[in-house]
Design a protein around this ligand. Structure first.
Ligand code: PMP
Length: 464
């Protein structure tokens, strides 16, 4: 079939043709499209319908964007309202009632200590734009240049955000060990591993001969998402807050993925009670449309007019959809729901692990859950931990798709199956997700040959 040939909008032939044309026309860098060969044509809540007529439970949720699932009625209503009102859709960074409402709703959700003096900067469409803005802000405010970031981090794909991510090499960013309990960099795990990470950080900052000068800022994720769903212990976060505060280093918390109820608190920083100097926000705050902001302590606002500009920073539809999402999550206490349901799902994943040696670890916070797959036939290394099993993880992902379940992989070796369902799912939907996942793991475990742990050891750099 010629590439320009008209095809039916849906149906098996449309499905095949669209996928084929995509593989011929789109960049070799395409990501999800490779592991999820589906053609979504309709979606509602947790469910996506493909052009082939198949239905899928979507636990990828736009890489954690869809707090309310696909096409939630309050989001659609908010968008329709703006469209029907005749309001301008493009207004650069001018003030509008839609923007005013969005900022009011967002500020109402912030930790009160941050809200007291908070300033907001609209940064552009993507999370990575907000990360860049955060770095620029702290550099301007402190007059310093360097940054501290953590192993396994993911902050985006623009130059500086990438440099602060775990996959980067040879950058000016000082890399610190993140408290990854299961594969503890110090070989101890638990509280001790987190304590050693904190001490290492202190030592680098206080030792004149460490080779590290005081940085402009430190950036961290309260739960590493793309790095493999790794929740930081609350005590460790408090230590990082203390270490940075005592040395006048702005702490940038990247809540692009953890925000808006996902981890069981409206913002993940609430679990530890820390107050960041800069919050980086995107994904769910735009209610499924592109929106990215930083919110920061007023006294850091040392920018000159125009210091961080950009044409597309006033997306009215995203602000309306985002305001509706924030309000819905707040009013319906979806953070608490995420905490309760997430704990139940994690417990069930824990029981699954008992029956499958290929499950090395299950972990998560709220509705941000991960299952780390390991090579059950390989010898265990230090701490009894086996090598990661990326091929098995890929097989589980395929087996999930065969069973109508969309999951994403993450982690250092792409061996962590990640679940990021909407916060609105019912108990029955949660059971259906876990039934399909359990079945997929059992099937993949039976059919995937070992040894499986020999794939590259880089952090997946392709996952937004
Ligand atoms: N920070 C975190 C924690 C993320 O998870 C992501 C995206 N997965 C980003 C930043 C980058 O966001 P975007 O893909 O919108 O640039």
């Amino acid at each position: 079939m010629a590439l320009t040939e008209t095809v039916p909008a849906a149906g098996p032939s449309a499905h095949e043709g669209i996928l084929r044309r995509q593989s011929l026309r789109e960049s070799a860098a395409r990501t999800y499209a490779r592991s999820l060969p589906i053609v979504p044509v309709r979606a509602r809540g947790l469910t996506i319908e493909g052009a082939d007529g198949r239905r899928y439970l979507d636990c990828l949720s736009g890489a954690g964007t869809l707090a309310l699932g696909h096409n939630h009625p309050v989001v659609l209503e908010a968008i329709h309202k703006v469209l029907d009102s005749g309001a301008p859709l493009h207004i650069l960074d001018l003030a509008t009632p839609v923007k005013d409402d969005f900022v009011t709703e967002l500020f109402a959700t912030l930790p009160p200590k941050l809200a007291e003096t908070a300033r907001i900067q609209f940064c552009g469409p993507a999370g990575t734009d907000a990360v860049e803005a955060a770095f620029k802000l702290v550099r301007t405010a402190t007059g310093r240049d360097g940054l501290m970031a953590f192993s396994g981090a993911y902050h985006g794909m623009t130059a500086q955000a990438l440099a602060a991510s775990g996959g980067a090499r040879h950058t000016g960013v000082t890399r610190l060990p993140y408290p990854y309990d299961y594969r503890c960099p110090f070989g101890t795990g638990g509280e001790r591993g987190a304590e050693l990470s904190a001490r290492w950080t202190e030592n680098l900052l206080d030792d004149d001969k460490s080779g590290v000068v005081r940085p402009a800022g430190m950036i961290l994720e309260p739960v590493q998402g793309e790095g493999g769903v790794i929740p930081a212990p609350d005590d460790w976060l408090r230590r990082m807050r203390q270490i940075t505060a005592e040395r006048d280093i702005p702490l940038i918390v990247d809540e692009v993925q953890t925000g808006v109820g996902r981890t069981g608190a409206f913002w993940a920083v609430e679990h530890s009670g820390i107050v960041p100097d800069v919050l980086v926000l995107s994904k769910a705050i735009g209610g499924s449309l592109p929106l990215a902001v930083i919110v920061y302590r007023g006294d850091l606002d040392a920018w000159q007019p125009g210091a961080h500009a950009g044409t597309f920073r006033g997306n009215q539809l995203a602000m309306a959809a985002g305001r509706a999402t924030l309000a819905y999550v707040r009013e319906h206490q979806l953070a608490r729901r995420a905490q309760e349901l997430g704990a139940r799902m994690l417990a069930r994943l824990g029981s699954l692990a008992v029956h499958h040696d290929c499950i090395g670890d299950v972990r998560g916070r709220g509705l941000m859950l991960g299952v780390e797959l390991v090579d059950r036939d390989a010898d265990a290394g230090p701490g009894g931990v086996r090598p990661a099993a990326p091929q098995l993880a890929a097989a589980v992902q395929r087996a999930c798709l065969d069973r109508g379940l969309i999951v994403e992989l993450g982690g250092r070796h792409s061996a962590v199956v990640r679940l990021l369902p909407p916060l609105t799912i019912t108990d029955e939907q949660a059971d259906a997700i876990l039934d399909r996942l359990a079945d997929a793991i059992a099937a993949a475990d039976r059919t995937t040959p070992g040894p499986t742990g020999s794939s590259p050891t880089t952090l997946r750099g392709t996952t937004p």
